[in-house]
Design a protein. Structure first.
Length: 592
């Protein structure tokens, strides 16, 4: 592709009218977007990134109109328009699309061109296929540092573009002349020219310096001469000269005073009250140092040290030692406080004793007496007075209701206990907080109600369930009799243990089922003719009816007929377990 195109000539458009700045560059032939970016990065810094109207206006004014317009450094990446140089997504505020763009009306319109000198929508953007060929628009950075200086720049929109800012600093020993900051303005020029770094000559303490400059301030062959104040002696070279290497020929001298003739007044370092002073030299000469300290329980106010200066004066006034103060204490509620030496003084060695009213005890401190120490702190935290009693605990399965005429669980508080249903209270049902801060009685217990133990009846069985305890509240027992027996002495086959410790019915027994009525019924049934309708056991019909028991299981009955009648059926029948007769009762029939 490149063989069919002309070699390029760079159109250099300087934004800085000097040796430092950056330039716009464009190709003289067209290429697709990928080739255009590669070309920009190969020959310059990168493809142009444009995100402000001032820069767009400037480009439209300085760039020539070309066929197909110019590629710029923005394209669609993962569905988002992105500046390729900074990899930042295009913000809504920075968009500069032409009217009805981007329309994405065709496939692969993922790259962007800028209209230059179009007549309509000048400086606006249009999305295009990245395969189309257009002119590459690049930029190159060109910022140099002055001698003995370094420069650090920040670029909020793109390298050396609008609002880029650079800061200069000089090497150690050199002074910056000019502005240390410069900024790229909307006119595409830097706000300030680069500064210079010149070697600095400072005047030592107690000295003065006088310089001459044959060529320029602090330049080659500049010479400086030092002199000390009266009473001070110059140590080092009194002159220095700027050489061709831009270095000074000698280090600055110092001015020192003769220490042997300097003495401070001893009376100005006397010990304050409750203080002591220790000095490094007994003759109080120059640079002698004295240190103050206070007695135990006293706090130093002011400087703890002072030094004899070259002016024969001490560097600081003597301090004072003031009695250490502890934080003020207050009398606790429901209590008393007694302090020595006074209720109004809370200083070193003060003591305060705390006492509580009847029914209250000290809390929040391990001692009833507090002592103010040398560091200004009490040896314990201040106590409070609180009710001695603790909350009463509720026993298992118990309910407690308390009344408090003064404070919760304090003197004369009273609590009443009651048990849950099915539980019986053992102990005192009430307790009261006495003046000795003790409860008048121990908490009671709630014990499970017990019913009388049941046993299986003779000729029967018993099945019980005990949800809480054996033969206790909510226990239930069911009674079943063996074959041939039936429950007696109870209106229900199941008994329940109630909350009062009693069964809801008396315990049943198993009695043999009687067959007397059955026998009578049977006789009536089988003697259906009028002759025998009066009664089946009438002596005129049945001579004898002899039974071994009262018609219970195992009972036997034997029959015989009256004279003139003969027995029709079994002469003996028995009562079975099913409460039925083993055979039909017989009949007495007349002789033919």
């Amino acid at each position: 592709v490149y063989s069919k195109l002309q070699w390029f000539n760079s159109a250099v458009l300087n934004l800085w009218r000097g040796t430092e700045g950056w330039s716009y560059n464009s190709s003289t032939y067209t290429m697709n977007w990928e080739s255009a970016r590669h070309w920009c990065r190969q020959h310059y810094t990168d493809m142009v990134a444009i995100q402000n109207k001032e820069e767009i206006y400037h480009l439209n004014s300085i760039l020539p109109k070309v066929s197909g317009y110019y590629w710029i450094g923005i394209r669609k990446i993962n569905g988002s328009w992105t500046w390729v140089g900074t990899n930042k997504t295009l913000t809504k505020e920075a968009e500069n699309w032409a009217d009805k763009e981007p329309n994405n009306g065709r496939n692969n319109e993922d790259c962007v061109e800028i209209y230059i000198k179009r007549g309509k929508d000048e400086g606006k953007w249009n999305d295009e296929s990245c395969l189309k060929e257009k002119t590459a628009l690049c930029y190159t950075e060109d910022v140099t540092s002055p001698d003995r200086a370094s420069v650090h720049c920040s670029h909020p929109y793109g390298n050396f573009s609008y609002d880029s800012q650079c800061e200069y600093s000089c090497e150690e020993g050199y002074e910056l002349k000019g502005s240390s900051m410069t900024r790229c303005t909307s006119t595409t020029e830097w706000s300030n020219k680069p500064p210079t770094c010149e070697q600095d000559v400072t005047s030592p303490d107690h000295a003065s310096v006088h310089c001459s400059h044959p060529y320029g301030n602090f330049s080659y062959d500049s010479q400086c001469e030092y002199s000390c104040e009266e009473g001070y002696e110059l140590k080092g070279s009194s002159t220095t000269r700027c050489t061709s290497t831009t270095e000074w020929s000698s280090e600055p001298p110092t001015c020192e005073r003769d220490k042997t003739v300097i003495k401070c007044k001893p009376k100005d370092v006397t010990s304050p009250d409750h203080a002591s002073v220790h000095c490094s030299h007994e003759n109080f000469s120059y640079d002698s140092q004295c240190e103050y300290s206070c007695e135990e329980g006293y706090e130093l106010k002011g400087s703890s040290t002072t030094r004899c200066t070259s002016t024969t004066e001490w560097s600081s006034k003597p301090p004072t030692c003031e009695l250490v103060q502890c934080p003020e204490l207050i009398k606790p509620q429901k209590g008393q406080m007694q302090c020595l030496p006074s209720m109004d003084i809370f200083s070193y060695q003060s003591t305060c004793e705390f006492m509580c009213e009847e029914g209250y005890t000290l809390r929040d401190s391990s001692s009833s007496t507090l002592f103010c120490g040398a560091t200004g702190r009490w040896n314990h935290s201040q106590p409070t007075c609180e009710s001695k009693t603790e909350d009463v605990t509720s026993p298992d399965h118990a309910i407690i209701h308390c009344s408090h005429p003064y404070e919760n669980y304090s003197y004369d508080s009273q609590c009443e206990y009651s048990c849950e249903e099915g539980y019986e209270l053992k102990g005192s049902s009430t307790t009261r907080c006495t003046s000795t801060t003790e409860w008048s009685s121990k908490p009671p217990t709630c014990e499970l109600v017990q019913c009388q133990e049941l046993i299986s009846p003779q000729d029967g069985k018993m099945h019980c369930q005990h949800p809480i305890g054996r033969f206790s509240y909510q226990s239930a027992c069911e009674f079943i009799c063996e074959e041939g027996y039936m429950l007696q002495d109870s209106s229900s086959s199941t008994l329940f243990c109630g909350a009062t410790g009693r069964w809801n019915h008396s315990q049943p027994t198993c009695e043999s089922k009687t067959s007397l009525n059955l026998l009578r019924k049977t006789f009536i049934t089988i003697t259906s003719d009028e002759y025998f309708a009066i009664a089946p056991l009438k002596k005129t019909l049945m001579k004898t009816l002899s039974c071994t028991s009262s018609f219970k299981y195992g009972s036997k009955c034997s029959f015989s007929c009256a004279e003139g009648f003969h027995l029709q059926g079994a002469s003996e029948i028995s009562c079975t377990k099913a409460a039925k007769w083993s055979q039909e009762p017989p009949r007495c029939e007349g002789n033919q």
